[in-house]
Design a protein around this ligand. Structure first.
Ligand code: ADP
Ligand code: TRP
Length: 355
């Protein structure tokens, strides 16, 4: 325990909004796996964050179990890490209320993830002024653009700060949320003239944060984009998805510029198969001998090598309710001990004391 205390604290979570896909795996989970031996790691399932988009209650519950089974199947060890469900830690909700007193509505409304989600919910494609007008003036926005969605970054900051985390392994899309976390920590410290909170950073083993592309030719792989390859996909489904990946008619002249959909395939291949394999196909592209079908077959093979063993274990663990509940009960107990300490300090710093 003594030695454990000296290790840097790592904290990360994934929302329970379905099953884990390759974006989650390479952007987040694979980093968790590589960190679990060397750091004091705490990983959780962000079910309160999932509530911001109003999931069906039954589906939410299923998703929490799925993600937990997927964490374990991918190799997260409940002995080495604290694994817990966010809503099992009531201290998080209380601290979320307290931290919100130091968070500006303006900065929340300017957050990219909020603007994206609000735009999607309202069906608008234009700039933020329009969003504000729509949100304030439009009654139908009340359910779809709720206050939980707006204060999503406060809750995420609390997840992190309640553990005094040093490192927060996440994909590139979460970096703005981390920046806000650091800003809220600094603001809290400066308002209360304390150095209570540190400033957590992303962790990428010295590399860049990853963005795993989708196979539909544009953007990132993501649940709401509907372009995911899931860890739980069976062999046939997975092969089909990869073989259907968007490409183009192929290079016509040597060293032709690579189109976005094909660049995405190269990027995914880089991540899954490694640089040597990708270099081979990049060369074939450059001299116009590339056959996209071959490249896709290779990519599917290499993805399956990673996902199939995980899939087997998911199916096994997912049916073991007793084990799953034991893991999270134990995780909650350990996580709550840390959270309660921080909440007690924060209440005191803010002047909330027993009379
Ligand atoms: P989704 O975007 O599918 O809803 P989440 O937002 O729950 O997934 O993401 C959970 C974790 O997975 C975060 O750390 C996030 O940065 C990472 N992640 C999700 N999609 C990608 C992606 N396409 N590339 C890299 N990381 C990703
Ligand atoms: N916002 C993260 C996502 O969508 C999930 C998350 C919630 C998280 N709280 C966190 C990630 C704390 C890291 C640390 O992926």
């Amino acid at each position: 325990m003594e030695e454990n205390n000296k290790k840097k604290v790592v904290l990360s979570g994934i929302r329970s909004t379905g099953n884990l896909h390759l974006g989650n795996y390479y952007g987040a989970l694979s980093k968790f796996l590589r960190m679990q031996d060397d750091f004091d790691c705490r990983f959780f399932i962000a079910d309160l964050h999932a509530l911001t988009t109003n999931p069906d209650p039954k589906q939410l519950h299923e998703s929490v179990k799925n993600i937990l089974a997927e964490y374990l199947a991918a190799g997260l060890d409940p002995e080495k890490n604290i694994l817990y469900v966010q809503s099992d830690i009531p201290e998080i909700s209380e601290m979320y209320l307290l931290l919100n007193m130091h968070v500006g509505i303006g900065e929340l409304m300017r957050t990219a993830s909020f603007k994206d989600k609000a735009r999607k919910a309202l069906g608008i494609t234009s700039d933020s002024d329009e969003i504000e007008k729509e949100i304030i003036g439009n009654q139908t926005s009340n359910q779809r653009v709720n206050a939980g969605l707006l204060t999503y970054p406060t809750l995420m900051a609390v997840d992190i700060l309640i553990h005094h985390a040093d490192y927060v392994p996440v994909g590139k899309d979460q970096e703005q949320h981390l920046e806000l976390t650091r800003r809220f920590a600094r603001r809290f410290n400066s308002f209360y003239k304390t150095d209570y909170f540190g400033e957590p950073v992303n962790f990428n083993f010295g590399g860049e944060a990853l963005k795993v592309p989708g196979l539909d030719g544009s953007g990132k792989m993501g649940k709401s984009e509907g372009n995911c390859i899931y860890l739980i996909d069976d062999e046939k489904t997975l092969r089909k998805k990869v073989m259907r990946a968007v490409t183009d008619e192929g290079p016509k002249t040597p060293n032709q510029l690579v189109s976005q959909p094909v660049e995405n395939l190269f990027t995914l291949m880089d991540i899954v198969s490694g640089k040597d394999v990708t270099d081979h196909y990049r060369q074939a592209y450059a001299d116009c001998s590339i056959r996209y079908g071959d490249m896709k077959k290779q990519l599917a093979e290499d993805i399956l090598k990673v996902t199939l063993p995980i899939r087997e274990r998911i199916l096994d663990i997912r049916s073991n309710d007793e084990y799953l509940s034991k893991v999270v009960r134990n995780g909650a107990e350990r996580a709550r001990a840390y959270a309660a300490d921080t909440l007690k300090d924060v209440r005191e710093i803010m002047g909330i004391r027993k009379i």
